[in-house]
Design a protein. Structure first.
Length: 181
């Protein structure tokens, strides 16, 4: 590791918009190695954020899968028919919850990894997407929201910055996974 990388890793971001912009400065947090594996280049604070949020969300899905924050993870399939919706949820909810719990566990465990295989990368893509969906639901993010318009004095500034960071990371994870197709 170079001195610059070490210094960058030791810097703790406060997750303010200006700090998130610096984190998202032109760099590639993940790149294919050309052998079916991927180099994961996240800073210490990024790894800590991902591990912490993934573990928290895993616990939430395990303990309270009906929490309103999880609405986007378990969408309504038949809003027009309560009986059909109940049947659908009974058929798939357990499997969907188990899949998400496994993803969150894998990402929390792999937060310190520097190399991912394709299966692990797929878990990261799914988990980061789910993290972003839940955070976006909590923040009531709409398509009209703009990262550049975040108010530094907004009490949700840290959560909003994390939301935008997760979107940036997801873009790079998907891009890396597409290189092997």
């Amino acid at each position: 590791m170079t001195a610059d990388e070490d210094a960058a890793n030791s810097t703790q971001a406060s997750a303010r918009p200006s700090d998130v912009r610096r984190l998202m400065a032109p760099r590639r947090p993940i790149e294919p190695n050309g052998d079916g594996t991927y180099a994961l280049r996240l800073r210490r604070d990024e790894r800590a954020l991902i591990a912490s949020v993934a573990a928290e969300l895993r616990t939430l899905v395990e303990d309270d899968p009906n929490d309103e924050m999880l609405t986007r993870l378990f969408p309504t399939a038949r809003p027009d028919n309560a009986d059909a919706e109940a049947e659908y949820q009974e058929m798939v909810r357990g499997e969907l919850a188990a899949t998400r719990i496994n993803r969150f566990s894998a990402v929390a465990e792999l937060a310190e990894a520097t190399v991912l295989d394709s299966e692990q990368l797929a878990a990261w893509v799914g988990a980061v997407n789910d993290l972003r969906l839940v955070l976006g639901t909590r923040l009531e993010v709409t398509e009209n929201d703009d990262f550049d318009d975040i108010d530094e004095d907004d009490p949700e500034v840290v959560a909003r910055s994390a939301y935008w960071y997760l979107g940036w990371l997801l873009e790079h994870l998907v891009e890396a996974s597409a290189t092997e197709l």
